[in-house]
Design a protein around this ligand. Structure first.
Ligand SMILES: Cc1ncc(CN)c(N)n1
Length: 229
Protein backbone atom coordinates (compact mmCIF):
# COMPACT_ATOMS: atom_id res chain seq x y z
CA UNK A 1 0.00 0.00 0.00
CA UNK A 2 1.27 3.49 -0.87
CA UNK A 3 0.90 4.70 2.71
CA UNK A 4 3.04 2.09 4.45
CA UNK A 5 6.02 4.48 4.50
CA UNK A 6 3.88 7.16 6.12
CA UNK A 7 3.41 5.34 9.42
CA UNK A 8 5.46 7.86 11.39
CA UNK A 9 5.29 11.62 11.13
CA UNK A 10 8.98 11.91 10.27
CA UNK A 11 8.53 9.41 7.41
CA UNK A 12 5.63 11.52 6.18
CA UNK A 13 7.83 14.64 6.27
CA UNK A 14 10.69 12.87 4.50
CA UNK A 15 8.31 11.60 1.84
CA UNK A 16 6.83 15.08 1.24
CA UNK A 17 10.27 16.70 0.95
CA UNK A 18 12.05 14.02 -1.08
CA UNK A 19 11.70 15.90 -4.40
CA UNK A 20 13.38 19.06 -3.16
CA UNK A 21 15.98 17.06 -1.18
CA UNK A 22 16.90 15.23 -4.38
CA UNK A 23 17.47 18.62 -6.00
CA UNK A 24 19.69 19.56 -3.04
CA UNK A 25 21.71 16.35 -3.41
CA UNK A 26 22.24 16.84 -7.13
CA UNK A 27 22.84 20.59 -6.95
CA UNK A 28 26.04 21.55 -8.87
CA UNK A 29 27.50 23.22 -5.76
CA UNK A 30 26.98 20.10 -3.63
CA UNK A 31 28.33 17.82 -6.34
CA UNK A 32 31.38 20.06 -6.80
CA UNK A 33 32.16 19.78 -3.05
CA UNK A 34 31.90 16.02 -3.51
CA UNK A 35 34.33 15.73 -6.40
CA UNK A 36 36.58 18.53 -5.12
CA UNK A 37 36.16 20.75 -8.20
CA UNK A 38 34.48 23.64 -6.37
CA UNK A 39 36.49 26.85 -6.69
CA UNK A 40 38.10 28.34 -3.59
CA UNK A 41 36.23 31.60 -4.27
CA UNK A 42 32.83 29.91 -4.17
CA UNK A 43 33.69 27.86 -1.08
CA UNK A 44 34.94 31.00 0.70
CA UNK A 45 31.65 32.73 -0.12
CA UNK A 46 29.77 29.69 1.26
CA UNK A 47 31.89 29.62 4.44
CA UNK A 48 31.06 33.22 5.24
CA UNK A 49 27.31 32.98 4.62
CA UNK A 50 27.08 29.62 6.35
CA UNK A 51 28.95 30.93 9.38
CA UNK A 52 26.42 33.64 10.07
CA UNK A 53 23.62 31.25 9.16
CA UNK A 54 24.94 28.88 11.87
CA UNK A 55 25.05 31.71 14.42
CA UNK A 56 21.28 32.16 14.01
CA UNK A 57 20.61 28.44 13.63
CA UNK A 58 22.33 27.93 17.01
CA UNK A 59 19.83 30.31 18.57
CA UNK A 60 17.08 27.84 17.70
CA UNK A 61 18.74 25.31 20.00
CA UNK A 62 18.90 27.98 22.69
CA UNK A 63 15.17 28.54 22.17
CA UNK A 64 14.79 24.76 22.42
CA UNK A 65 16.22 24.97 25.96
CA UNK A 66 13.63 27.62 26.79
CA UNK A 67 10.70 25.71 25.26
CA UNK A 68 11.68 22.23 26.52
CA UNK A 69 9.36 20.51 28.97
CA UNK A 70 11.92 18.68 31.09
CA UNK A 71 15.52 18.81 32.25
CA UNK A 72 16.76 16.00 30.00
CA UNK A 73 15.45 17.78 26.88
CA UNK A 74 16.90 21.08 28.07
CA UNK A 75 20.31 19.46 28.53
CA UNK A 76 20.24 17.85 25.07
CA UNK A 77 19.35 21.14 23.34
CA UNK A 78 22.15 22.83 25.29
CA UNK A 79 24.56 20.12 24.20
CA UNK A 80 23.63 20.42 20.48
CA UNK A 81 23.95 24.20 20.80
CA UNK A 82 27.47 23.73 22.15
CA UNK A 83 28.35 21.16 19.44
CA UNK A 84 27.23 23.59 16.74
CA UNK A 85 29.25 26.51 18.11
CA UNK A 86 32.35 24.50 19.02
CA UNK A 87 32.51 21.62 16.56
CA UNK A 88 30.50 22.39 13.41
CA UNK A 89 31.58 26.04 13.26
CA UNK A 90 35.16 24.98 13.93
CA UNK A 91 35.22 23.25 10.53
CA UNK A 92 34.34 26.63 9.01
CA UNK A 93 37.02 28.38 11.09
CA UNK A 94 39.63 25.84 9.97
CA UNK A 95 38.82 26.20 6.28
CA UNK A 96 38.66 29.99 6.67
CA UNK A 97 42.14 30.01 8.19
CA UNK A 98 43.41 27.95 5.26
CA UNK A 99 41.81 30.45 2.87
CA UNK A 100 43.17 33.50 4.72
CA UNK A 101 39.83 34.60 6.21
CA UNK A 102 39.87 35.57 9.90
CA UNK A 103 37.24 34.52 12.45
CA UNK A 104 36.28 38.18 12.86
CA UNK A 105 35.73 38.51 9.11
CA UNK A 106 33.56 35.39 9.19
CA UNK A 107 31.52 36.69 12.09
CA UNK A 108 31.06 40.14 10.57
CA UNK A 109 29.76 38.84 7.23
CA UNK A 110 26.66 40.71 6.02
CA UNK A 111 23.80 38.30 5.33
CA UNK A 112 22.52 38.12 1.76
CA UNK A 113 18.75 38.27 1.02
CA UNK A 114 18.49 34.46 1.10
CA UNK A 115 20.43 33.99 4.34
CA UNK A 116 18.40 36.71 6.00
CA UNK A 117 15.07 35.32 4.77
CA UNK A 118 15.95 31.75 5.77
CA UNK A 119 17.14 32.53 9.31
CA UNK A 120 14.36 35.10 9.76
CA UNK A 121 11.73 32.49 8.87
CA UNK A 122 13.11 29.94 11.33
CA UNK A 123 13.60 32.36 14.19
CA UNK A 124 10.14 33.85 13.76
CA UNK A 125 8.42 30.43 13.64
CA UNK A 126 10.45 29.14 16.59
CA UNK A 127 9.93 32.21 18.75
CA UNK A 128 6.20 32.42 18.12
CA UNK A 129 5.45 28.70 17.91
CA UNK A 130 5.71 25.55 20.00
CA UNK A 131 8.67 23.24 20.50
CA UNK A 132 7.30 21.12 17.64
CA UNK A 133 7.30 24.18 15.32
CA UNK A 134 10.90 24.82 16.25
CA UNK A 135 11.95 21.24 15.51
CA UNK A 136 10.04 21.16 12.21
CA UNK A 137 12.01 24.23 11.10
CA UNK A 138 15.48 23.02 11.97
CA UNK A 139 15.12 19.34 11.19
CA UNK A 140 15.79 19.61 7.40
CA UNK A 141 19.06 21.44 8.16
CA UNK A 142 20.37 18.68 10.40
CA UNK A 143 18.88 15.76 8.49
CA UNK A 144 19.52 16.78 4.88
CA UNK A 145 23.15 17.79 5.58
CA UNK A 146 23.72 14.33 7.07
CA UNK A 147 22.20 12.73 3.95
CA UNK A 148 24.40 14.93 1.76
CA UNK A 149 27.50 13.99 3.78
CA UNK A 150 26.73 10.27 3.44
CA UNK A 151 25.94 10.58 -0.27
CA UNK A 152 29.12 12.49 -1.13
CA UNK A 153 31.21 10.03 0.89
CA UNK A 154 29.65 7.08 -0.90
CA UNK A 155 29.84 8.70 -4.37
CA UNK A 156 33.47 9.72 -4.08
CA UNK A 157 35.04 6.91 -2.02
CA UNK A 158 38.83 6.82 -2.21
CA UNK A 159 38.98 9.96 -4.36
CA UNK A 160 38.24 11.87 -1.14
CA UNK A 161 41.89 11.49 -0.18
CA UNK A 162 42.75 14.13 -2.77
CA UNK A 163 39.71 16.30 -2.14
CA UNK A 164 40.36 19.51 -0.19
CA UNK A 165 36.74 19.44 1.01
CA UNK A 166 37.07 15.93 2.48
CA UNK A 167 37.01 17.21 6.09
CA UNK A 168 33.70 18.94 5.38
CA UNK A 169 32.28 15.70 3.94
CA UNK A 170 33.68 13.54 6.74
CA UNK A 171 32.30 15.74 9.45
CA UNK A 172 28.77 15.98 7.99
CA UNK A 173 28.68 12.20 7.41
CA UNK A 174 29.97 11.38 10.89
CA UNK A 175 27.82 9.40 13.34
CA UNK A 176 28.26 12.25 15.85
CA UNK A 177 26.68 14.74 13.43
CA UNK A 178 23.95 12.24 12.51
CA UNK A 179 23.01 11.78 16.14
CA UNK A 180 21.39 15.24 16.45
CA UNK A 181 18.74 14.74 13.76
CA UNK A 182 17.93 11.26 15.09
CA UNK A 183 17.29 12.69 18.53
CA UNK A 184 15.20 15.53 17.04
CA UNK A 185 13.11 13.01 15.08
CA UNK A 186 12.44 10.94 18.21
CA UNK A 187 11.37 14.06 20.10
CA UNK A 188 9.15 15.23 17.24
CA UNK A 189 7.46 11.81 17.11
CA UNK A 190 6.73 12.13 20.83
CA UNK A 191 5.39 15.67 20.53
CA UNK A 192 3.14 14.90 17.55
CA UNK A 193 1.50 11.82 19.01
CA UNK A 194 -2.27 12.36 18.79
CA UNK A 195 -1.79 15.86 17.36
CA UNK A 196 -4.71 17.12 15.23
CA UNK A 197 -4.12 17.09 11.46
CA UNK A 198 -4.40 20.89 11.29
CA UNK A 199 -1.34 21.24 13.51
CA UNK A 200 0.55 18.51 11.68
CA UNK A 201 -0.04 20.41 8.46
CA UNK A 202 1.48 23.54 9.99
CA UNK A 203 4.60 21.54 10.98
CA UNK A 204 4.74 20.00 7.52
CA UNK A 205 4.69 23.49 6.04
CA UNK A 206 7.67 24.56 8.17
CA UNK A 207 9.56 21.43 7.12
CA UNK A 208 8.87 22.05 3.44
CA UNK A 209 9.66 25.76 3.61
CA UNK A 210 13.04 25.19 5.26
CA UNK A 211 13.78 22.31 2.86
CA UNK A 212 13.19 24.76 0.02
CA UNK A 213 15.36 27.34 1.74
CA UNK A 214 18.11 24.70 1.85
CA UNK A 215 17.84 24.54 -1.95
CA UNK A 216 17.80 28.33 -2.25
CA UNK A 217 20.90 28.49 -0.06
CA UNK A 218 22.80 26.12 -2.39
CA UNK A 219 21.67 28.22 -5.33
CA UNK A 220 22.68 31.43 -3.61
CA UNK A 221 26.23 30.18 -2.95
CA UNK A 222 26.50 28.82 -6.48
CA UNK A 223 25.55 32.21 -7.92
CA UNK A 224 27.31 34.29 -5.23
CA UNK A 225 24.15 36.29 -4.66
CA UNK A 226 24.45 39.88 -3.45
CA UNK A 227 22.13 42.77 -2.65
CA UNK A 228 21.27 45.04 -5.60
CA UNK A 229 23.28 48.25 -5.49
C1 LIG B 1 22.40 26.33 5.24
C2 LIG B 1 22.78 25.20 6.15
N1 LIG B 1 21.87 24.27 6.48
C3 LIG B 1 22.24 23.25 7.32
C4 LIG B 1 23.50 23.16 7.84
C5 LIG B 1 23.88 22.04 8.78
N2 LIG B 1 23.83 22.45 10.12
C6 LIG B 1 24.40 24.16 7.51
N3 LIG B 1 25.66 24.15 7.97
N4 LIG B 1 24.05 25.18 6.65
Amino acid sequence: MENTKLETFSNRLHERAKGIWKRNHTHPFVQAIGDGTLSEKKFAYYLKQDYIYLMDYSKLFALGVIKAHNLETMAKFASILNETLQVEMDIHRHYALEFGISSIELENTEPTPTTLAYTGYMLNAAQNGTLADLIACLLPCAWDYYEIGLLLKEQNGEALENNRYADWIKSYSSPEFGEAHKWLIALLEELTEGMPEKELLRLEKHFLVTSRYEYLFWDMVQNEQDWPL
